[in-house]
Design a protein around this ligand. Structure first.
Ligand code: UGA
Length: 433
Protein backbone atom coordinates (compact mmCIF):
# COMPACT_ATOMS: atom_id res chain seq x y z
CA UNK A 1 0.00 0.00 0.00
CA UNK A 2 1.01 3.61 -0.40
CA UNK A 3 1.16 5.28 3.00
CA UNK A 4 1.82 8.83 4.18
CA UNK A 5 2.82 9.54 7.77
CA UNK A 6 2.55 13.17 8.86
CA UNK A 7 4.83 13.90 11.82
CA UNK A 8 8.11 12.06 12.35
CA UNK A 9 8.26 12.12 16.12
CA UNK A 10 8.52 8.94 18.02
CA UNK A 11 5.18 7.44 17.00
CA UNK A 12 5.33 8.60 13.38
CA UNK A 13 8.83 7.32 12.79
CA UNK A 14 8.18 3.91 14.32
CA UNK A 15 4.87 3.61 12.42
CA UNK A 16 6.40 4.70 9.10
CA UNK A 17 9.48 2.52 9.41
CA UNK A 18 7.59 -0.59 10.51
CA UNK A 19 4.99 -0.27 7.75
CA UNK A 20 7.82 0.11 5.22
CA UNK A 21 9.32 -3.07 6.68
CA UNK A 22 6.03 -4.91 6.04
CA UNK A 23 6.35 -4.05 2.36
CA UNK A 24 4.48 -0.77 1.96
CA UNK A 25 5.66 2.41 0.23
CA UNK A 26 5.90 4.99 3.00
CA UNK A 27 6.50 8.72 2.78
CA UNK A 28 7.03 10.58 6.05
CA UNK A 29 6.25 14.29 6.14
CA UNK A 30 7.69 16.74 8.64
CA UNK A 31 7.93 20.54 8.71
CA UNK A 32 11.43 20.40 10.24
CA UNK A 33 13.63 20.72 7.13
CA UNK A 34 16.83 19.91 9.03
CA UNK A 35 15.41 16.74 10.44
CA UNK A 36 14.07 15.69 7.04
CA UNK A 37 17.49 16.30 5.44
CA UNK A 38 19.16 14.20 8.11
CA UNK A 39 16.67 11.38 7.69
CA UNK A 40 17.11 11.48 3.91
CA UNK A 41 20.82 10.85 4.56
CA UNK A 42 19.87 7.82 6.65
CA UNK A 43 20.45 9.43 10.06
CA UNK A 44 17.87 8.34 12.60
CA UNK A 45 16.79 11.18 14.92
CA UNK A 46 15.70 9.08 17.91
CA UNK A 47 17.17 6.29 20.00
CA UNK A 48 14.98 3.22 19.89
CA UNK A 49 16.42 -0.30 20.04
CA UNK A 50 15.93 -2.25 16.82
CA UNK A 51 14.60 0.69 14.82
CA UNK A 52 17.77 1.88 13.11
CA UNK A 53 18.42 -1.32 11.22
CA UNK A 54 14.89 -1.23 9.77
CA UNK A 55 15.14 2.50 9.09
CA UNK A 56 18.41 2.18 7.15
CA UNK A 57 17.30 -0.91 5.23
CA UNK A 58 13.98 0.54 4.13
CA UNK A 59 15.58 3.78 2.99
CA UNK A 60 18.15 1.78 1.01
CA UNK A 61 15.43 -0.37 -0.55
CA UNK A 62 13.43 2.77 -1.37
CA UNK A 63 10.32 1.91 0.62
CA UNK A 64 10.86 4.75 3.11
CA UNK A 65 11.10 8.39 2.00
CA UNK A 66 11.00 11.78 3.67
CA UNK A 67 9.73 15.17 2.59
CA UNK A 68 8.76 18.54 4.01
CA UNK A 69 5.96 18.88 1.47
CA UNK A 70 2.54 17.65 2.56
CA UNK A 71 1.19 17.62 -1.01
CA UNK A 72 4.15 15.55 -2.23
CA UNK A 73 3.98 13.23 0.77
CA UNK A 74 0.31 12.34 0.38
CA UNK A 75 0.45 11.92 -3.41
CA UNK A 76 -1.47 8.70 -4.28
CA UNK A 77 -1.58 7.67 -0.60
CA UNK A 78 -4.33 5.21 0.34
CA UNK A 79 -3.90 6.01 4.00
CA UNK A 80 -2.57 9.09 5.77
CA UNK A 81 -1.43 8.75 9.36
CA UNK A 82 -1.52 11.85 11.55
CA UNK A 83 1.19 11.36 14.18
CA UNK A 84 1.47 14.90 15.45
CA UNK A 85 2.19 16.25 18.90
CA UNK A 86 -0.66 16.98 21.30
CA UNK A 87 1.14 18.86 24.08
CA UNK A 88 -0.76 19.54 27.27
CA UNK A 89 -2.07 23.09 27.51
CA UNK A 90 -1.85 25.00 30.77
CA UNK A 91 -5.08 23.44 32.04
CA UNK A 92 -3.92 19.89 31.25
CA UNK A 93 -6.09 19.38 28.16
CA UNK A 94 -4.41 18.24 24.94
CA UNK A 95 -3.66 21.02 22.46
CA UNK A 96 -4.97 20.06 19.01
CA UNK A 97 -3.50 22.92 16.99
CA UNK A 98 -1.02 20.74 15.07
CA UNK A 99 -3.53 18.03 14.18
CA UNK A 100 -6.29 20.40 13.18
CA UNK A 101 -3.79 22.57 11.29
CA UNK A 102 -2.72 19.65 9.13
CA UNK A 103 -6.36 18.53 8.72
CA UNK A 104 -7.17 22.00 7.39
CA UNK A 105 -4.30 21.81 4.90
CA UNK A 106 -5.22 18.29 3.81
CA UNK A 107 -8.74 19.07 2.55
CA UNK A 108 -7.88 20.80 -0.74
CA UNK A 109 -4.97 18.44 -1.43
CA UNK A 110 -7.01 15.21 -1.52
CA UNK A 111 -7.51 13.80 -5.04
CA UNK A 112 -9.01 10.39 -4.36
CA UNK A 113 -10.67 8.41 -1.55
CA UNK A 114 -8.31 8.14 1.37
CA UNK A 115 -8.41 6.97 4.98
CA UNK A 116 -7.02 9.56 7.39
CA UNK A 117 -5.85 7.90 10.59
CA UNK A 118 -5.50 9.67 13.95
CA UNK A 119 -2.50 7.94 15.52
CA UNK A 120 -1.75 10.60 18.13
CA UNK A 121 -3.31 10.32 21.56
CA UNK A 122 -6.22 12.72 21.23
CA UNK A 123 -9.24 13.67 23.33
CA UNK A 124 -12.51 11.92 22.73
CA UNK A 125 -14.28 13.68 19.86
CA UNK A 126 -11.13 14.61 17.90
CA UNK A 127 -11.86 12.33 14.92
CA UNK A 128 -15.07 14.30 14.36
CA UNK A 129 -13.17 17.59 14.51
CA UNK A 130 -10.57 16.32 12.05
CA UNK A 131 -13.35 15.15 9.72
CA UNK A 132 -15.02 18.56 9.87
CA UNK A 133 -11.77 20.41 9.17
CA UNK A 134 -10.94 18.26 6.15
CA UNK A 135 -14.53 18.40 4.87
CA UNK A 136 -14.44 22.20 4.79
CA UNK A 137 -12.29 22.08 1.65
CA UNK A 138 -12.34 18.49 0.40
CA UNK A 139 -13.72 17.67 -3.05
CA UNK A 140 -13.45 13.88 -2.68
CA UNK A 141 -14.76 11.22 -0.33
CA UNK A 142 -12.62 10.30 2.70
CA UNK A 143 -12.85 8.62 6.10
CA UNK A 144 -11.26 9.57 9.39
CA UNK A 145 -10.48 6.72 11.77
CA UNK A 146 -9.03 6.60 15.24
CA UNK A 147 -6.20 4.08 15.60
CA UNK A 148 -4.43 4.64 18.92
CA UNK A 149 -0.96 3.27 19.46
CA UNK A 150 0.12 1.21 22.45
CA UNK A 151 3.89 1.31 21.87
CA UNK A 152 6.24 1.41 24.79
CA UNK A 153 9.45 3.35 24.31
CA UNK A 154 12.40 1.01 24.32
CA UNK A 155 10.41 -1.91 22.90
CA UNK A 156 8.38 0.00 20.33
CA UNK A 157 9.44 -2.07 17.32
CA UNK A 158 8.44 -5.31 19.01
CA UNK A 159 5.18 -3.78 20.27
CA UNK A 160 4.44 -2.55 16.74
CA UNK A 161 5.30 -5.77 14.95
CA UNK A 162 3.55 -8.05 17.47
CA UNK A 163 0.67 -6.03 18.89
CA UNK A 164 -1.54 -7.59 21.59
CA UNK A 165 -4.37 -5.98 19.67
CA UNK A 166 -5.04 -3.25 17.13
CA UNK A 167 -7.85 -0.86 18.01
CA UNK A 168 -9.65 0.87 15.16
CA UNK A 169 -12.46 3.35 15.62
CA UNK A 170 -14.63 3.76 12.52
CA UNK A 171 -18.13 3.14 11.31
CA UNK A 172 -17.12 3.07 7.63
CA UNK A 173 -17.04 -0.37 5.97
CA UNK A 174 -14.55 0.92 3.40
CA UNK A 175 -12.17 2.13 6.09
CA UNK A 176 -12.49 -1.17 7.96
CA UNK A 177 -11.34 -3.07 4.86
CA UNK A 178 -8.39 -0.74 4.35
CA UNK A 179 -7.32 -1.05 8.01
CA UNK A 180 -7.66 -4.84 7.95
CA UNK A 181 -5.43 -5.04 4.88
CA UNK A 182 -2.88 -2.65 6.36
CA UNK A 183 -2.52 -4.53 9.65
CA UNK A 184 -2.97 -8.11 8.38
CA UNK A 185 0.81 -8.88 8.28
CA UNK A 186 1.08 -7.94 11.96
CA UNK A 187 -1.80 -10.03 13.26
CA UNK A 188 -0.59 -13.44 12.18
CA UNK A 189 -0.42 -14.85 15.74
CA UNK A 190 -4.15 -14.45 16.03
CA UNK A 191 -4.14 -11.23 18.00
CA UNK A 192 -7.29 -9.31 17.15
CA UNK A 193 -8.09 -6.12 15.33
CA UNK A 194 -10.94 -4.66 17.36
CA UNK A 195 -13.37 -2.39 15.58
CA UNK A 196 -15.47 0.14 17.45
CA UNK A 197 -16.71 3.68 17.00
CA UNK A 198 -14.24 6.58 16.92
CA UNK A 199 -15.05 7.88 20.40
CA UNK A 200 -14.62 4.49 22.01
CA UNK A 201 -11.24 4.02 20.31
CA UNK A 202 -10.07 7.41 21.54
CA UNK A 203 -11.30 6.57 25.03
CA UNK A 204 -9.58 3.14 24.91
CA UNK A 205 -6.17 4.79 24.68
CA UNK A 206 -6.75 7.01 27.72
CA UNK A 207 -8.33 4.18 29.66
CA UNK A 208 -5.38 1.87 28.93
CA UNK A 209 -2.69 4.36 29.99
CA UNK A 210 -4.64 5.57 33.00
CA UNK A 211 -5.31 2.03 34.13
CA UNK A 212 -1.61 1.13 33.86
CA UNK A 213 -0.62 4.31 35.72
CA UNK A 214 -3.15 3.38 38.39
CA UNK A 215 -1.82 -0.18 38.59
CA UNK A 216 1.71 1.12 39.20
CA UNK A 217 0.48 3.72 41.67
CA UNK A 218 -1.55 1.18 43.60
CA UNK A 219 1.58 -0.96 43.93
CA UNK A 220 3.56 2.08 45.08
CA UNK A 221 1.05 2.65 47.85
CA UNK A 222 1.16 -1.02 48.82
CA UNK A 223 4.96 -0.57 48.95
CA UNK A 224 4.66 2.45 51.20
CA UNK A 225 2.47 0.44 53.52
CA UNK A 226 4.77 -2.61 53.36
CA UNK A 227 7.58 -0.42 54.70
CA UNK A 228 5.48 0.47 57.71
CA UNK A 229 4.32 -3.10 58.30
CA UNK A 230 7.61 -4.91 57.76
CA UNK A 231 6.35 -6.70 54.61
CA UNK A 232 8.21 -7.07 51.30
CA UNK A 233 6.48 -5.54 48.23
CA UNK A 234 8.37 -7.82 45.83
CA UNK A 235 6.89 -10.89 47.46
CA UNK A 236 3.46 -9.28 47.54
CA UNK A 237 3.86 -8.49 43.81
CA UNK A 238 4.58 -12.14 43.03
CA UNK A 239 1.78 -13.21 45.32
CA UNK A 240 -0.85 -11.14 43.54
CA UNK A 241 0.60 -11.04 40.00
CA UNK A 242 0.16 -14.78 39.57
CA UNK A 243 -3.60 -14.25 39.79
CA UNK A 244 -4.52 -14.08 36.11
CA UNK A 245 -7.21 -11.51 36.91
CA UNK A 246 -4.44 -9.16 38.07
CA UNK A 247 -1.54 -10.13 35.80
CA UNK A 248 2.21 -9.96 36.38
CA UNK A 249 3.06 -6.84 34.43
CA UNK A 250 3.21 -3.21 35.55
CA UNK A 251 3.26 -4.12 39.23
CA UNK A 252 6.79 -2.98 39.96
CA UNK A 253 6.97 -0.51 42.81
CA UNK A 254 9.48 2.29 42.51
CA UNK A 255 9.85 6.05 42.39
CA UNK A 256 6.76 6.56 40.28
CA UNK A 257 5.90 6.59 36.61
CA UNK A 258 7.25 9.22 34.24
CA UNK A 259 7.68 9.64 30.50
CA UNK A 260 5.78 11.53 27.88
CA UNK A 261 2.60 9.47 28.07
CA UNK A 262 1.29 8.40 31.47
CA UNK A 263 1.57 11.79 33.22
CA UNK A 264 0.09 13.64 30.23
CA UNK A 265 -2.71 11.16 29.56
CA UNK A 266 -3.83 10.79 33.18
CA UNK A 267 -3.94 14.57 33.47
CA UNK A 268 -5.84 14.93 30.18
CA UNK A 269 -8.45 12.33 31.13
CA UNK A 270 -8.98 14.02 34.48
CA UNK A 271 -9.46 17.31 32.65
CA UNK A 272 -11.89 15.77 30.14
CA UNK A 273 -13.87 14.30 33.04
CA UNK A 274 -14.03 17.69 34.70
CA UNK A 275 -15.16 19.33 31.43
CA UNK A 276 -18.03 16.86 31.25
CA UNK A 277 -19.07 17.43 34.86
CA UNK A 278 -17.61 14.22 36.24
CA UNK A 279 -15.09 14.16 39.06
CA UNK A 280 -12.80 11.18 38.28
CA UNK A 281 -11.51 10.79 41.83
CA UNK A 282 -9.26 7.79 41.16
CA UNK A 283 -7.23 9.79 38.65
CA UNK A 284 -6.71 12.66 41.09
CA UNK A 285 -5.40 10.19 43.66
CA UNK A 286 -3.09 8.59 41.06
CA UNK A 287 -1.57 11.97 40.17
CA UNK A 288 -1.11 13.06 43.78
CA UNK A 289 0.45 9.77 44.91
CA UNK A 290 2.76 9.59 41.91
CA UNK A 291 3.92 13.13 42.52
CA UNK A 292 4.93 12.30 46.09
CA UNK A 293 6.41 8.95 45.14
CA UNK A 294 8.98 10.48 42.78
CA UNK A 295 10.95 12.13 45.55
CA UNK A 296 10.23 9.55 48.21
CA UNK A 297 13.90 8.78 48.83
CA UNK A 298 14.81 12.39 49.63
CA UNK A 299 13.54 12.40 53.24
CA UNK A 300 15.31 9.06 53.80
CA UNK A 301 18.68 10.27 52.51
CA UNK A 302 18.37 13.61 54.32
CA UNK A 303 17.60 11.84 57.56
CA UNK A 304 20.47 9.41 56.99
CA UNK A 305 22.87 12.35 56.79
CA UNK A 306 21.53 13.85 59.99
CA UNK A 307 19.19 16.40 58.43
CA UNK A 308 21.52 18.08 55.92
CA UNK A 309 22.90 17.13 52.51
CA UNK A 310 25.12 20.17 52.34
CA UNK A 311 28.61 19.32 51.07
CA UNK A 312 27.77 15.64 50.51
CA UNK A 313 28.67 14.04 47.20
CA UNK A 314 25.86 11.89 45.85
CA UNK A 315 26.44 9.47 42.97
CA UNK A 316 23.42 9.02 40.72
CA UNK A 317 22.82 6.06 38.42
CA UNK A 318 20.14 6.68 35.81
CA UNK A 319 18.51 9.76 34.30
CA UNK A 320 16.11 8.41 31.67
CA UNK A 321 12.52 7.86 32.80
CA UNK A 322 13.05 4.16 32.15
CA UNK A 323 15.74 1.93 30.60
CA UNK A 324 16.41 1.55 26.84
CA UNK A 325 15.56 5.16 26.09
CA UNK A 326 17.28 8.54 26.23
CA UNK A 327 13.94 10.18 27.03
CA UNK A 328 14.03 12.32 30.16
CA UNK A 329 10.52 13.75 29.99
CA UNK A 330 8.95 13.66 33.47
CA UNK A 331 11.89 11.51 34.61
CA UNK A 332 11.94 11.27 38.43
CA UNK A 333 15.77 11.52 38.35
CA UNK A 334 15.73 15.17 37.30
CA UNK A 335 13.47 16.34 40.08
CA UNK A 336 15.52 14.41 42.61
CA UNK A 337 18.79 15.89 41.36
CA UNK A 338 17.35 19.41 41.52
CA UNK A 339 16.38 18.83 45.15
CA UNK A 340 19.79 17.34 45.99
CA UNK A 341 21.69 20.26 44.48
CA UNK A 342 19.35 22.82 46.05
CA UNK A 343 20.14 21.19 49.40
CA UNK A 344 23.85 21.80 48.79
CA UNK A 345 24.89 18.33 47.62
CA UNK A 346 27.34 17.69 44.78
CA UNK A 347 25.93 15.25 42.24
CA UNK A 348 27.97 12.93 39.99
CA UNK A 349 25.81 11.14 37.48
CA UNK A 350 25.96 8.36 34.93
CA UNK A 351 23.33 7.22 32.41
CA UNK A 352 24.20 5.14 29.33
CA UNK A 353 21.97 7.12 26.94
CA UNK A 354 20.36 10.19 28.47
CA UNK A 355 23.28 12.38 29.65
CA UNK A 356 23.43 14.52 26.52
CA UNK A 357 19.76 15.41 26.94
CA UNK A 358 20.31 16.59 30.51
CA UNK A 359 23.54 18.61 30.23
CA UNK A 360 21.83 21.86 29.28
CA UNK A 361 19.08 21.49 31.86
CA UNK A 362 21.43 20.63 34.71
CA UNK A 363 24.81 22.19 33.84
CA UNK A 364 26.16 22.21 37.40
CA UNK A 365 26.45 18.50 38.07
CA UNK A 366 29.28 16.15 37.07
CA UNK A 367 28.69 13.82 34.12
CA UNK A 368 30.74 10.62 34.27
CA UNK A 369 31.83 8.24 31.53
CA UNK A 370 31.07 5.09 33.48
CA UNK A 371 28.84 4.06 36.34
CA UNK A 372 31.89 3.42 38.52
CA UNK A 373 33.43 6.83 37.81
CA UNK A 374 30.34 8.39 39.37
CA UNK A 375 30.98 6.49 42.62
CA UNK A 376 34.46 7.82 43.19
CA UNK A 377 34.57 9.30 46.70
CA UNK A 378 30.79 9.66 46.89
CA UNK A 379 29.01 9.62 50.24
CA UNK A 380 26.12 7.57 48.85
CA UNK A 381 24.64 6.17 45.64
CA UNK A 382 21.10 6.86 44.47
CA UNK A 383 19.57 4.74 41.67
CA UNK A 384 16.75 6.20 39.59
CA UNK A 385 16.63 4.06 36.40
CA UNK A 386 16.84 0.28 36.18
CA UNK A 387 19.36 -0.01 33.33
CA UNK A 388 20.42 -3.70 33.11
CA UNK A 389 24.10 -2.85 33.71
CA UNK A 390 23.16 -1.56 37.18
CA UNK A 391 21.52 -4.84 38.13
CA UNK A 392 24.67 -6.92 38.50
CA UNK A 393 27.45 -4.49 39.37
CA UNK A 394 30.88 -5.34 40.74
CA UNK A 395 30.03 -4.85 44.41
CA UNK A 396 33.71 -5.06 45.41
CA UNK A 397 34.54 -2.19 43.10
CA UNK A 398 31.55 -0.25 44.40
CA UNK A 399 32.70 -0.79 47.98
CA UNK A 400 36.20 0.48 47.21
CA UNK A 401 35.07 3.56 45.31
CA UNK A 402 32.28 4.79 47.58
CA UNK A 403 33.35 6.69 50.67
CA UNK A 404 30.63 4.85 52.56
CA UNK A 405 28.68 1.78 51.43
CA UNK A 406 25.27 3.44 51.28
CA UNK A 407 22.72 2.87 48.50
CA UNK A 408 19.29 4.44 48.02
CA UNK A 409 17.64 2.34 45.32
CA UNK A 410 14.49 3.73 43.70
CA UNK A 411 14.05 0.65 41.49
CA UNK A 412 14.57 -2.31 43.85
CA UNK A 413 17.47 -3.76 41.88
CA UNK A 414 19.12 -5.84 44.59
CA UNK A 415 18.16 -8.50 47.09
CA UNK A 416 18.08 -7.16 50.62
CA UNK A 417 19.93 -10.26 51.87
CA UNK A 418 22.78 -9.79 49.35
CA UNK A 419 23.25 -6.16 50.31
CA UNK A 420 23.22 -7.04 53.98
CA UNK A 421 25.86 -9.78 53.52
CA UNK A 422 28.04 -7.34 51.57
CA UNK A 423 27.80 -4.81 54.36
CA UNK A 424 25.86 -2.12 52.52
CA UNK A 425 23.41 0.22 54.16
CA UNK A 426 20.59 -0.25 51.69
CA UNK A 427 17.32 1.65 51.29
CA UNK A 428 14.80 0.57 48.64
CA UNK A 429 11.06 0.83 47.99
CA UNK A 430 8.54 -1.18 49.98
CA UNK A 431 11.08 -3.42 51.62
CA UNK A 432 12.82 -3.56 54.96
CA UNK A 433 15.74 -1.13 55.31
C1 UGA B 1 3.29 3.87 27.79
C2 UGA B 1 2.41 2.65 27.57
O1 UGA B 1 2.96 1.51 28.23
C3 UGA B 1 2.27 2.35 26.08
O2 UGA B 1 1.36 1.26 25.90
C4 UGA B 1 1.72 3.61 25.38
O3 UGA B 1 1.63 3.41 23.99
C5 UGA B 1 2.66 4.77 25.65
O4 UGA B 1 2.76 4.99 27.06
C6 UGA B 1 2.06 5.99 24.95
O5 UGA B 1 0.98 6.40 25.32
O6 UGA B 1 2.65 6.43 23.95
P1 UGA B 1 5.94 4.33 27.85
O7 UGA B 1 5.58 5.66 28.41
O8 UGA B 1 6.89 4.26 26.72
O9 UGA B 1 4.60 3.56 27.34
O10 UGA B 1 6.58 3.50 29.02
P2 UGA B 1 6.15 2.33 30.02
O11 UGA B 1 7.01 1.15 29.76
O12 UGA B 1 4.70 2.12 30.00
O13 UGA B 1 6.60 2.97 31.42
C7 UGA B 1 5.97 4.16 31.90
C8 UGA B 1 6.47 4.49 33.28
O14 UGA B 1 5.97 3.57 34.25
C9 UGA B 1 7.98 4.47 33.45
O15 UGA B 1 8.36 5.60 34.20
C10 UGA B 1 8.27 3.21 34.23
O16 UGA B 1 9.42 3.30 35.02
C11 UGA B 1 7.02 3.13 35.08
N1 UGA B 1 6.71 1.74 35.53
C12 UGA B 1 6.35 0.79 34.62
C13 UGA B 1 6.77 1.42 36.88
O17 UGA B 1 7.10 2.27 37.74
N2 UGA B 1 6.44 0.17 37.27
C14 UGA B 1 6.07 -0.79 36.38
O18 UGA B 1 5.78 -1.93 36.83
C15 UGA B 1 6.02 -0.48 35.03
Amino acid sequence: MKIAVVGTGYVGLVTGTCFAETGNQVTCVDIDANKVARMQRGEIPIFEPGLEVLFVRNIAEERLKFTTSLSEGIQDAEVIFLALPTPPGEDGSADLKYILGVAQELGPLLEDYVVVIDKSTVPVGTAEKVREKIAQNAKVDFDVVSNPEFLREGVAVEDFMKPDRVVVGTSSENAKKVMEKLYSPLLRQGNPIIFMDERSAEMTKYAANSFLAMKITFMNEIANLCERLGANVDDVRKGIGTDSRIGKRFLFAGIGYGGSCFPKDVQALAKTSQDYGYDFRTLHAVMAVNNDQKTKLIPAITEYFGGSLSGKTIAVWGLAFKPYTDDIREAPALENIRILTAAGANVAVYDPEAMDNVKQLLPDITYCHTAYAALDDADALMIFTEWPQFRTPDFDKMSKLLKAKVVFDGRNLYEISTMRELGFTYFSIGREA
